[in-house]
Write a protein that binds this ligand. Structure first.
Ligand code: SF4
Length: 382
């Protein structure tokens, strides 16, 4: 705590105080650097759009599959932390701004009443002790829940180092809590930040998991992909651990964007740096295999620790396991059907349902398009 206190003193001072609208617009824009969200497109700066009064709106898919538009902003971009991948890090010199809880609540409610947004995603740089930042999040949520009667979706970030009491207070008000793990291992996080500690973040994630026994909210986290020079294998193993041990609802991946971080970051110099977004995409495909398709981390095809970028990991698995195919669509279990490229949970369920009516001779009509059917065709028999 003492160490953090001295860092706060060094936090860059607020240099300008533009009017509320401009602050909101800028902080809402800056929230794109802090994703932990639900929309992989955010990392590319796509998907989001500028709403009324310059506020950024983010279409997202929640862990339960529900789609909605979120109003997303930072409370502040003033940060005492030193995350080397983040353009908001302490050492950088640019205008630092903050919003008051009442200002955020007022802006959100006006958009929500006009049905422009459905929920709020609130995050912040670390401008004070973690509990003080959490206090502001909680103040916003309290205004919305208790004063404005808002019963919809609120996602709050958990600041690394926040106390159990602060996390619990947030859990009582939020539909979702996220604490970003950032890196795949202690040594990788040490390469990204002197202030964030892997063990502490894991401890925070465990505390959040425990709170799920008493409160109803979903728990998510996020990796920065490529910044620390980690392999995909490291991220995949850690992702599996997060799902199995900590029962996370979703793990997100955010491609490091070269040029935004410190020059000495491994991610700045990796030959694969132009492929971070494709790596992110392949990791999302793996995430689906782990979460929805019954794959384990050790089954994911890798080359020298990385996901081959040229092909879908499920197709690569099918190509390297010919003994598993062809799958008989009239006899296969749900799990076996899910191993077929082109067949996902929806199609697998359709097949099982249709089998109750009799033997299947042609399943092409179960596929939403011909391309998907052609993908599955070499791997099935009727
Ligand atoms: S804590 Fe790290 S990632 Fe978050 S805003 Fe500060 S420097 Fe950026």
């Amino acid at each position: 705590m003492l160490r953090q206190a001295s860092l706060f003193e060094k936090a860059p001072a607020i240099k300008i105080k533009p009017d509320f609208r401009e602050r909101l617009s800028l902080l809402s824009r800056d929230s794109r650097f802090d994703l932990a969200g639900s929309c992989a497109k955010d990392a590319l700066g796509q998907g989001r759009k500028r709403g009324p009064l310059g506020r950024w709106l983010y279409p997202v898919v929640l862990p339960n599959g529900r789609r909605m538009t979120l109003f997303r902003t930072l409370l502040s971009n003033q940060c005492y932390s030193d995350c080397a991948y983040c353009p908001l890090r302490q050492e950088r010199d640019f205008p630092r701004l903050s919003l008051k809880p009442e200002e955020i609540a007022e802006a959100f409610i006006s958009l929500w009443r006009r049905k422009i947004v459905h929920g709020l995603f609130l995050s912040s740089a670390i401008f004070a002790h973690p509990d003080q930042v959490m206090e502001k999040f909680i103040a916003v949520a309290r205004i919305l829940r208790e004063k404005e009667g808002f019963g919809g979706y609120i996602h709050l970030k958990v600041i690394p180092g926040a106390s159990e009491a602060a996390i619990e207070a947030a859990a009582k008000l939020a539909n979702a809590l996220s604490l970003n793990i950032e890196a795949s291992a202690p040594k990788r996080l040490a390469c990204l930040s002197r202030t964030k500690k892997f063990e502490k973040i894991w401890q925070g994630l465990s505390q959040i998991k425990k709170l799920k026994e008493n409160f109803s909210f979903s728990q998510t986290t996020q990796f920065i992909v490529g910044a620390a020079g980690e392999t995909d294998a490291e991220i995949i193993w850690q992702t599996e651990k997060l799902y199995r041990q900590l029962k996370l609802n979703r793990v997100y991946f955010s491609a490091y964007q070269p040029g935004l971080g410190r020059e000495d970051l491994p991610g700045e110099h990796l030959a694969r740096q132009n492929n971070f977004f494709l790596r992110e995409h392949r990791l999302y495909q793996v995430d689906f295999l782990l979460r929805k398709y019954g794959f384990s981390a050790r089954e994911i095809p890798l080359k020298d620790g990385f996901l081959p970028l040229e092909k879908d990991p499920k197709e690569l698995w099918a190509e390297s396991n010919p003994q598993f195919f062809p799958v008989d669509v009239n006899r296969a279990s749900y799990r076996e059907l899910l191993r077929v490229p082109g067949i996902g949970p929806t199609i697998a369920r359709r097949i099982l349902e249709a089998r109750k009516e009799g033997r299947l001779k042609d399943i092409s009509s179960f596929f939403p398009n011909n391309k998907l059917f052609r993908k599955a065709f070499p791997y099935i028999k009727t």
